[in-house]
Design a protein around this ligand. Sequence first.
Ligand SMILES: Nc1nc2c(ncn2[C@@H]2O[C@H](COP(=O)(O)OP(=O)(O)OP(=O)(O)O)[C@@H](O)[C@H]2O)c(=O)[nH]1
Ligand SMILES: [Mg+2]
Length: 318
Amino acid sequence: MGLFDAFRKKKINDGLEKTRTGFFAGIVNTLTNSQIDDDLYNDLEEQLILADVGPDCAIRLVDELRDKVREEHLKTGEQALKALRELIRLEMSPTDDLDLSGKPAVILVIGVNGVGKTTTIAKLAYLYKDLGKKVMLAAGDTFRAAASEQLELWAERAEVPLVKAGEGADPAAVIFDAVKSAAAKGYDMVIADTAGRLHNKKGLMDELSKITRSVKKASPEASLEVLLVLDAITGQNAISQAQEFCRAAGATGVVLTKLDGTPKGGCVIGVRQKLGLPIRFVGVGEKIDDLLFFSATDFSEALLPELPKHDETEETAQ
Ligand SMILES: Nc1nc2c(ncn2[C@@H]2O[C@H](COP(=O)(O)OP(=O)(O)OP(=O)(O)O)[C@@H](O)[C@H]2O)c(=O)[nH]1
Ligand SMILES: [Mg+2]
């Protein structure tokens, strides 16, 4: 494993510490210390639901595990654990790449109040700048007082330029100016903030379609990704609420923030199926480098880590 991979793995492991040592440690314990029978499956289902996996997804995973154990003649808890890890990975896949093909590539960040949109934008700017991209930010949250000042501070920290306007200005106009300026100056990316309100479906649709039109008008070469930010602490609740909005909003992907702050990180597992959208990034802290590209493999391995080797010997010795 290269240094970069090792660093990424450590970051996701640290970010998922509460989830791994909480409910998922219970799941590992159940799997490795019980016989594979109906009681085990019932226990497992209950624990997955407690870990905020969501009832539909928990039932599906346990059914799939039951089939796999039967078909592949799995005998030990460790084999069942490996099978569950793989089922969880598949549940969250595929996670293809973001469309950043445009010039500039525009990322619009949406979500309800306080989920972590502005912080995520700062982290994205930092991440892509580090990857060698020329990034510009757009302060499209013109609704809340001090929203653009907050983004301005982050822009300074990430050392990227920001386009902003006064409170009450038209967000589509701010984003138009940013995209136009980015195209003229040869910037690769524009990452745009929006106000935290998803409550009115019609208003949201109108506003987002206006923003989408203004992106294309500002630069026909631009591509657009709309990232819906969800707070992992509110887990399944947030996902249910998002369900009815994400299509209306034309979201193309999800960012799950605050995974570091909850033992219920299991909510991530069902998102792809429930919202029909891939998870693109996960937030694992408040600092500017606390954002990770989402990887289904890393995530499933961090949730259900392989058991230390000596367990294997103990098991065969029994
Ligand atoms: N622990 C932790 N905190 C986070 C993470 N992401 C954001 N936060 C915190 O969540 C709070 C809200 O973040 P903001 O970025 O202001 O959220 P927002 O969605 O822009 O909020 P509004 O603009 O008011 O709608 C801040 O205190 C952030 O530091 C994360 O991944 N982990
Ligand atoms: Mg904000």
